[in-house]
Design a protein around this ligand. Structure first.
Ligand SMILES: Nc1nc2c(c(=O)[nH]1)N[C@H]1C(S)=C(S)[C@@H](COP(=O)(O)O)O[C@H]1N2
Ligand SMILES: [Mo]
Length: 413
């Protein structure tokens, strides 16, 4: 972690005020836009193609999964461009459509309340001034990333593999902010809530809780910067929670309220929503199975992907061909990435790229000599705890934590 001078420079302040201005009214504009281009994204049960859109503020070309609330997927080729996901291609997911279209960072405050010595409130500039800055590279992955590949199909955002992104986050430790309020003895959880609101009366706003120990582990942070830029409005301007190694449902955007609780949080979004079968790392059950115990989703598991070859790509046969991609360890680092061209009978170790920290994507590359014909390439990550991607996919009714050795079938000619 890098430690910065804890003083907001004039340039940081200016960047923030400019970002705020860019958000104004832009969401309203996106609603009336019509997507022009399409992209192939074949999912079992279809559709095979999706609309692309450039109509959302702060976003370049994205796959339009839903307009209101916005669900924007990162086109998969973006992951081949670098280890950090460009801010304007970083995926977007909201639960409720009543998202503030304008946030003035001089006025917007987060509040800490509940089982604390004193309630405190901070603007982004207060956070910058008052607490030590920390920087961390971490993958933000939706619990439902790759849900579209679940068979039988489950309800929810039918994402391909593009509901994930890797970034350098800059902010302050949630621990330091909680310490400023003074967490009292007997506190058990810390609940976070964003600034948007449900569009139907009495619907529950998204609230997510971490144990007090987790919230105070010194890694969970309140971040205002993503890859050197202020957060786009749609990614949580002016600041959001970053929970390294945990699914993004906990990464509360536009963080407005932190409540210290004396009882475990049982609000709808902790239970029954976002729960997985209690057999981590598999999160697996049989469709229709009875008596399964469910627990709140939590730590991520290792995944890896081939990024430079798409399904059906033509590659030269009989000579070493570059295959590359990204991997991440889940809640810990990447120990190894292996590829196979014989259905997993033998595995070849890939070369790993630079290590940006245990919560980051890690690039990998290998050279493979492919016999002529259709060839299925497999890629498998082993994390530093020795956990490996499985050969068969898991299933659960939420479509969460999809995990399997990924494959791409190419044509060697
Ligand atoms: N305020 C708020 N924060 C939120 C959500 C939301 O709906 N509202 N969705 C969560 C979920 S489920 C995901 S996957 C991530 C998505 O983060 P991103 O949109 O920056 O990619 O935000 C999380 N934080
Ligand atoms: Mo999510």
């Amino acid at each position: 972690m890098r430690q910065d001078e804890p003083l907001p420079g004039a340039s940081a302040r200016r960047a923030f005020l400019q970002s705020a201005a860019a958000g104004i009214g832009a969401l309203a504009l996106a609603r009336s836009s019509r997507a022009a281009e399409r992209i192939q994204l074949p999912l079992p049960g279809g559709p095979d193609a999706r609309d692309l859109t450039k109509a959302f503020p702060g976003k370049g070309q994205m796959i339009l999964q839903r307009t209101r609330p916005p669900l924007l997927e990162t086109p998969f080729s973006v992951y081949d461009e670098g280890v950090f996901t460009p801010v304007n291609r970083f995926y977007v997911r909201w639960h409720w459509a009543d998202i503030p279209t304008r946030i003035d960072p001089r006025i917007f405050r987060m509040k800490v309340s509940g089982h604390v010595d004193k309630e405190v409130e901070f603007t982004v500039f207060d956070l910058m001034k008052r607490f030590e800055h920390v920087e961390l590279a971490a993958v933000n992955q939706c619990s439902g990333n790759s849900r579209g590949f679940f068979q039988p199909r489950v309800a929810g955002g039918e994402w391909g593999n593009g509901a994930m992104g890797n970034a350098r986050w800059v902010g302050v430790r949630l621990k330091d902010v909680l310490d400023a309020a003074g967490v009292k003895a007997g506190a058990v959880q810390v609940q976070c809530e964003g600034a948007e609101r449900p569009v139907v009366p009495d619907a529950p706003n998204l609230k997510k809780s971490l144990s007090v120990d987790h919230a105070r582990d010194g890694e969970v942070m309140i971040a205002w910067e993503i890859n050197g830029q202020p957060l786009p409005l749609l990614n949580g301007f002016p600041f959001r929670l970053v929970v390294p190694g945990w699914y993004a449902t906990y990464w509360t955007k536009m963080l407005q309220h932190v409540r210290v609780l004396t009882e475990p949080d049982t609000n709808f979004w902790m239970h029954p929503a976002y729960e997985i079968p209690d057999n981590w790392p598999r999160a697996d059950m049989t469709p229709g199975e009875q008596g399964v115990k469910f627990v709140p989703i939590n730590r991520m598991v290792p995944r890896s992907f081939i990024t430079n070859l798409a399904a059906g790509a033509k590659v030269p046969a009989g000579r070493p061909e570059l295959v590359r991609g990204i991997a991440f360890g889940g809640d810990t680092g990447v120990k190894a990435v292996h590829v196979s061209i014989d259905g997993g009978k033998t595995w070849i170790a890939a070369d790993l790229g630079p290590d940006h920290g245990r919560y980051s994507f890690r690039q990998w590359r290998a050279h493979l000599k492919l016999p002529r014909g259709a060839q299925t390439l497999l890629v498998r990550c082993t994390n530093s705890d020795g956990l490996q991607q499985p050969m068969t996919a898991n299933w659960n009714p939420g479509g969460f934590m999809r995990n399997i050795v990924e494959s791409v079938t190419v044509m060697a000619v």
